[in-house]
Design a protein around this ligand. Structure first.
Ligand code: ATP
Length: 515
């Protein structure tokens, strides 16, 4: 754990040092849980967004895009349930004056018990060697069984307290589990209170007449209220989807883990409208489809796992998270939810407008059911960035820091480097730059020795370094150095575009054009 913490600190420092992410308003000492993306950060973020957008709207004929406003009619958030129920239970430690999410304190406590189980499994697997059967071990070992039943008991108590909105019971649970504040080490807790996560502001210039409005805490509602507009004007037939990316705002109580949990962040959401009764089939489809998208980036499959929800929100009939192994453990990266017709029914009720779809195939009108896929762009950034960071010891004992990003996401696709700053090499390099810059984001660099320039490109994840040398001037060939292998090959300048295009393709397992 200590090692991972060290690593995470290095990743955060690297993000700042190389112009990926800066603390917001840094000259005023920054703001908790708000960050700015620097010159390479914005490129990486744009590339992730555009790859998601393409996968949704370009690979699927039946998914349309949308860009709805951040401000929405206040009734939207009444209808969606956010005004009444978008709360987190919070608790303060009276000694450290630190504020915590009560649910997170309990989850962390459960995670510690899970760690103990994993340690038992590890120990036993060493002891028994090849013959070890983990399944049998966890279902028979008395110590593990005791831990498992403890977890079940805590989860059940917590779930029932949440269901009943019984905040006193949550406090009792924290006390019974003897959870201490990590800062003060004491158990001197306040009562648990509910805290609404929406930011509010006022619209209009005359304050008496002004209405309270909210900064949207999710982009999905903009899709729901526009679903018939898109369906009618785009002549969409069910099943169809609407995709949207954009900022969302949540007044998170605990801001931790860098850009994992921010107060202003970006979501990439798609709502897929289906016939009632067919939603679980489509839920399964989107579960697989989204995992395929992640794997198409070439990241090791063991970095991802599904976490199916056993306890479902009242409006959902199936839900799963795609979790990613961040430096601080497996955490939610994306949520896939079968939301039934809950949102559309509520909007129908609150707006008084019919939100039914007429299905010509079965000659029936109904309110569609919805499958949602929802991923945080910043979280995806952190997943890719932290996974890519690597300190590699080379044969000569030196260490290079290389950002092994999926090539297609790399902020800069190639650096064009004249070997020396004379003999016509810079001019030739500029010529190559002009030839390729409409297709790719490039860097031109002529300062410092070539080895140093390579290292700088490694640190920002540039997949290719194209070097112009004296031979280039004779036969119009260049050397191309690949980031991960550091192998160099000589290529004709005329082949560069095709070569790079080939190198930045996704790893597609099978085309997804099912409908
Ligand atoms: P969490 O349990 O981590 O708070 P959530 O279940 O509330 O997340 P959703 O409402 O399902 O999250 O939002 C969908 C996605 O948006 C999440 O999977 C995550 O990637 C992203 N997301 C949610 N909250 C934040 C945040 N505060 N900062 C960055 N990304 C976020």
């Amino acid at each position: 754990m200590a090692n991972n913490e060290e690593l995470f600190k290095k990743i955060i420092a690297h993000a700042k040092e190389y112009g990926f992410i800066f603390p917001s308003s840094e000259i005023y000492d920054g703001m908790a849980a708000v960050y700015d993306y620097g010159q390479w950060g914005v490129e990486l973020k744009n590339n992730i967004r555009s790859y998601w957008w393409k996968a949704m709207t370009q690979w699927h004929e039946n998914i349309a895009g949308l860009d709805s406003a951040i401000f929405m009619h206040p009734a939207v958030w009444k209808a969606s349930g956010h005004v009444d129920a978008f709360n987190d239970p919070l608790i303060d430690n009276k000694d450290s004056k630190k504020r915590y999410r009560a649910d997170v304190l309990i989850e962390d406590h459960i995670a510690k018990i899970e760690d103990k189980i994993n340690k038992e499994i590890e120990k036993a697997s060493k002891r028994f060697g090849e013959a070890f059967d983990p399944q049998q071990f966890v279902s028979t070992n008395p110590r593990v069984l005791e831990y498992t039943s403890k977890i079940k008991d805590i989860s059940a108590k917590y779930a029932s307290a949440m269901q009943e909105n019984d905040l006193a019971a949550i406090k009792r649970l924290i006390e019974d589990l003897e959870i201490v504040c990590p800062i003060s080490g004491t158990r001197n807790w306040t009562d648990v209170r509910q805290f609404n996560l929406m930011f509010s502001t006022k619209i209009g210039s005359v304050s008496e007449e002004s209405d309270i409005i909210y900064l949207r805490p999710e982009t999905a509602q903009g899709i729901f209220v526009n679903y018939l507009n898109v369906q009618k004007t785009g002549r969409m037939k069910i099943p169809f989807g609407i995709a949207q990316t954009g900022k969302a705002f949540r007044n998170e109580i605990v801001a931790r883990q860098f850009i994992f949990r921010m107060r202003e962040f970006e979501q990439m959401e798609m709502q897929f409208f289906v016939r009632p009764g067919e939603e679980l089939e489509w839920f399964k489809y989107w579960k697989e489809e989204r995992m395929k998208w992640h794997l198409s980036l070439g990241t090791a499959p063991e970095k991802y796992r599904f976490h199916d929800h056993e306890k479902l929100a009242h409006y959902a009939n199936a839900a799963t998270d795609i979790e990613f192994e961040f430096p601080f453990g497996y955490k939610e990266l994306e949520g896939i939810h079968s939301r039934t017709d809950f949102d559309l029914q509520r909007h129908q009720k609150f707006s008084g407008k019919k939100l039914q779809y007429f299905d010509p195939e079965i000659n029936e009108s109904y309110v569609p059911y919805v499958i949602e896929t929802s991923i945080g762009l910043d979280r995806m950034f952190l997943a890719m960035f932290s996974n890519a960071y690597c300190e590699q010891t080379l044969d000569d004992g030196s260490v290079r820091v290389v950002l092994g990003l999926p090539r297609m996401l790399a902020p800069v696709k190639a650096a064009i480097l004249p070997l020396v700053k004379k003999d016509g090499m810079p001019e030739k390099a500029r010529e190559i730059m002009d030839m390729l810059k409409y297709e790719f984001n490039l860097i031109y660099e002529e300062k410092d020795a070539i080895g140093k320039r390579y290292r700088r490109q490694d640190a920002i994840g540039t997949p290719y370094c194209i070097t112009v040398d004296s031979q280039t001037l004779e036969d119009n060939t260049v050397t191309v150095r690949e980031r991960d292998t550091m192998q160099q090959e000589r290529l004709p300048v005329a082949n560069l575009e095709k070569y790079i295009l080939e190198g930045i393709k996704p790893v597609l397992q099978s085309p997804s054009l099912k409908f």
